[in-house]
Design a protein around this ligand. Sequence first.
Ligand code: FES
Length: 654
Amino acid sequence: MDPLVIFTPSGKRGRFPKGTPILTVARQLGVDLDSVCGGRGICSKCQVSPSYGEFSKHGVTVKPDALSEWNDVEARYDRVRGLKEGRRLGCQATVQGDVVIDVPPESQVHKQVVRKAAAVRAITMDPATRLYYVEVAEPDMHEPSGDLERLKRALAEQWEIGTDGLSVPLPVLSKLQPALRKGDWAVTVALYKGHGDANERVLDVWPGFWEERLYGLAIDLGSTTIAAHLCDLRNGEVVASAGVMNPQIRFGEDLMSRVSYSMMNEGGAGEMTTAVRGALNTLAEEIAGEAGIEPAQIMETVFVCNPVMHHLLLGIDPVELGQAPFALATSDSLSLAADELDLRAVNPAARAYVLPCIAGHVGADAAAVALSEEPYLSDDLVLIVDVGTNAEIQLGDKRRVLACSSPTGPAFEGAQISSGQRAAPGAIERVEIDPATKEPRFKVIGCDLWSDEDGFAEAAAATGISGICGSGIIEAVAEMRSAGVMDAKGLIGSAAQTGTERCIAEGRTHAYAIHDGRADGGPLITVTQGDIRAIQLAKSALYAGARLLMDEIDTDTVDRVVLAGAFGAHISPKHAMVLGMIPDCPLDKVTSAGNAAGTGARIALCNRAARGEIERRVHEIHKVETAIEPRFQEHFVAANAIPHATAPFPELRK
Ligand code: FES
């Protein structure tokens, strides 16, 4: 009987004749074992660990001679590059007896990468771009085929790649001849095959066995900031992250003002497109420099963005998005040459994938959040809120998912707030107010101490205290309500009414002073009546959007709330609920997903099947248009009170 080969962790098994290479066995059993050099003992991607001893569970005993001795190729590899103790090259070691073979994670093509985000879900690696090492026949006077034709034949024979429709861009074709000759008729090629593609395309070619790695950029293109993660396309690891301000801010702080800029200025959309593409190139260069790689190693880019940014990235005038019926030029995903987006600081043949949009106001960033948080697989009813200048809201479970966007404005980001600033060192980010004394204590970004702790003044001197950021203003307003400094309508009381001199008169209204640094040349940081109004407008819009979706499925409660977005990561659930930003829900069921849109971009970058998945799912998401829904206004007005005019918020009483 032929020897039995059992693979772990997959458990796949089969009997194979003595002398069969482990890589061949793995391929025949469908075991996930990597190879770039096609079994030539060059790449070492096929490393396995044979186990010896009794395996009563499998009914086999594995003896030390279950695999062949090292052959010359394996011995040379070990001599030159070194094999870890107990490891064998799967392409060189052959079966000699019953054997149990472990495939370590780094030798698996479709390895799972654990996400760093709070809600841990593994990303299965299945990138669209992979490297293949091929040995190509030399040209022959008697067989007049071109170098490309012989490369195609080699790919078909050595990798079983269908090459009839294989496309090769001209710049790559021009590199092929020198690469083949320099590599002594062997080359490494990068092939791209998207999830819907019938054929592969060649992205690059290098002489011989090319040992470097390929990378992809997952880009969250926001209206305020652009964040990018550089990911290793072999294992999904984030090797560098960077962000820049979106330079379009000079054309308008929020999305609608950018649409207006485009309407009012001929060529305005083009100016904004040029600005954002320039920033993307700078960002790609910086991130490659930080990671110590060549920009040419960046083979793929994946974009998630709101509809207006989506159009401006693509060079499409967003004017239609500024008026009903808010028609997108296309809601489908796009697979493009990065070159078409003027991305120069990447490989010249790099690809760009833009996730699909859900609707005219619910963009590819919301699709990415859905891909990351998978509401469509949830057993319980989940409300996902991606808080930014526009809140994108999703509600659903595995039966159905609804989505809308709500115009919260920039108040939650600290803009339109009298002492507001972006979340940066020196910004007040946490606030507590003692209900008895009405005295505040606070923390600033860049300093670990609370303001009433010993050593705070010295510690905070490094950053200074310059203003209050989005999470700080939310906590401040919620604490003012809880401490009785402000009533349910949002009116700040006078010093006489509240019993604290921190309530200071400002014309006919009042403001609450959190910090007075004027004696040392610093600012007086207050929360004014105007600030309260701005926060009320923003939180009412957010709540009304969520409530509208809840009406659609006739529910007054949700099982859990997920706060997404960089800002969501810093909001305290208790303060968000005291303010009435989100519907009532057990506080321990309010979680933060961090930058879920960025995570969705990473998933789409690392796993091409995920692209197909989200393309299918967005068609099933029911869109609700807040701008034309009369109940939105009713909900908005009722939500103006803090926490709400009519909703009871029983969880807050616990
Ligand atoms: Fe490349 Fe084994 S497959 S070394």
